[in-house]
Design a binder for this molecule. Structure first.
Ligand SMILES: Cc1ncc(COP(=O)(O)O)c(C=O)c1O
Length: 386
């Protein structure tokens, strides 16, 4: 096995520019891209080999792979502690389609979906395109982005049909506590509301924190929660578009599957073929080593950004996305433009995640120490001129 390769810390600006993909090619060549939630890491040998093997075996036809569903159910039972069986699982093209599908299942026109402000952009988009109504559960940076139960209760109306949970949370970097999840679950049960839980970043939690799936708390919340996971963030294979959603509600799941039939076509055959090795213990070494690397980068970023007087840095508990606040006389969009032009670093502007992202930039830290340091040097220099 390729344990000697430096999977996580070897990226250089030159090496990344040789790889096709949006991240390093969207902007001009001298720009360091930290805007997209995608790692600058190598691909695990096990994944590369499994893909090549799948192509050689001709796994490129309409693909029926019962083993994939079995492996998913096994993983969900063991790791997420949800009583999943293969028929409770729907394959999706990444995690994002589940946002749309959960609204289609629970909401009619004018029904309300609760989402946090800030929250990953496509959650907002999903509500907009389905003609449901967004109701914002406000998260406050100065309160450590805590998920406040009373604030959630105030969002509930007779039209509330769905709560979007993102755990670990993009962009706040929070890993929800059991108590926070329990508050959401209790409210959802009391008011007969469904939950869609995006747990794509489940492996990326720091300081030995535990990722808890909301559906695992009790059978009542399990029966109203659609939970979703994928492979893109942990293994750096977003281009394969592989995700899976689990809903153990036997009465409702056939209808969810039926609704998915039009626009969703599971995922591709290569993804289906290689999924089992990303679900069993084969890549546990990767899950361990990625955290060791990311904790180092997180500490480096925290220290260097905190040294800049006008930046407030949140505690990063999970995900490789950090959401600092820049306290300058520029709004989010202006700061984003300034750093692109002056520092040649591209960040994701905070308002893309909701109005509470004003003043913030989201920075992807999943890169090598050398690229991270170079980006921070450039930012530091540019900011010192303001
Ligand atoms: C919280 C969250 N959900 C969903 C996605 C999209 O993932 P996918 O490509 O698997 O749909 C991302 C990507 O950054 C994300 O951070």
């Amino acid at each position: 096995m390729g344990m000697k390769k430096d999977y996580f810390n070897s990226a250089t600006i030159k090496s990344q520019q040789l790889i096709p993909g949006e991240k390093w090619h969207k902007y001009e060549k001298d720009v360091i891209p930290l805007y997209l939630a995608e790692p600058d890491f190598l691909i695990a040998d096990e994944i590369e080999n499994a893909l090549i093997e799948a192509v050689r075996r001709g796994a490129l036809l309409y693909h029926y792979e019962p083993k994939t569903f079995e492996a998913m159910a096994e993983k969900i039972k063991k790791k997420n502690r949800i009583n999943a069986e293969p028929e409770d699982i729907l394959l999706t093209q990444g995690v994002s389609p589940g946002m749309w599908l959960s609204i289609m299942h629970t909401c009619g026109p004018g029904d309300e979906v609760i989402l946090t402000n800030p929250m990953y952009g496509p959650f907002h988009d999903a509500v907009e395109i389905t003609h449901a109504k967004k109701v914002y559960w406000e998260l406050d940076f100065d309160e450590g982005y805590r998920f406040d139960e009373e604030a959630l209760k105030e969002c509930i109306t007779p039209r509330t049909k769905l709560i979007f949970v993102c755990n670990p949370h993009n962009p706040s970097g929070r890993v929800l506590t059991k108590q926070e999840l329990k508050s959401i679950a209790d409210i959802a049960i009391d008011h007969k509301i469904h939950v869609f839980s995006d747990e794509l970043h489940e492996d990326i939690v720091y300081d030995k924190r535990e990722h808890i799936s909301i559906a695992s708390l009790n059978p009542d919340i399990e029966s109203r929660t659609m939970s979703s996971w994928g492979f893109s963030k942990t293994f750096g294979i977003a281009g394969l578009q592989g995700g899976y959603m689990c809903y153990t509600n036997k009465e409702e799941m056939p209808e969810v599957k039926r609704k998915s039939k039009g626009p969703l076509r599971e995922t591709n055959s290569l993804m289906k073929t290689i999924a089992p090795i990303m679900l069993d213990d084969t890549l546990n070494w990767w899950r361990r080593d990625i955290i060791l690397h990311l904790e180092k980068i997180r500490d480096l970023v925290k220290k260097r950004l905190s040294d800049i007087e006008k930046i407030d840095v949140p505690e990063l508990q999970g995900t490789y996305l950090i959401f600092p606040r820049f306290n300058y006389d520029l709004n989010s969009e202006q700061m984003n433009d300034y750093l692109l032009k002056e520092a040649r670093v591209s960040l994701n502007q905070g308002t893309r995640f909701g109005s509470n992202g004003e003043g913030h930039q989201r920075i992807c830290i999943a890169t090598s120490e050398s690229i991270m340091n170079e980006a921070l040097n450039r930012m530091e220099k540019a900011l010192s001129k303001l």
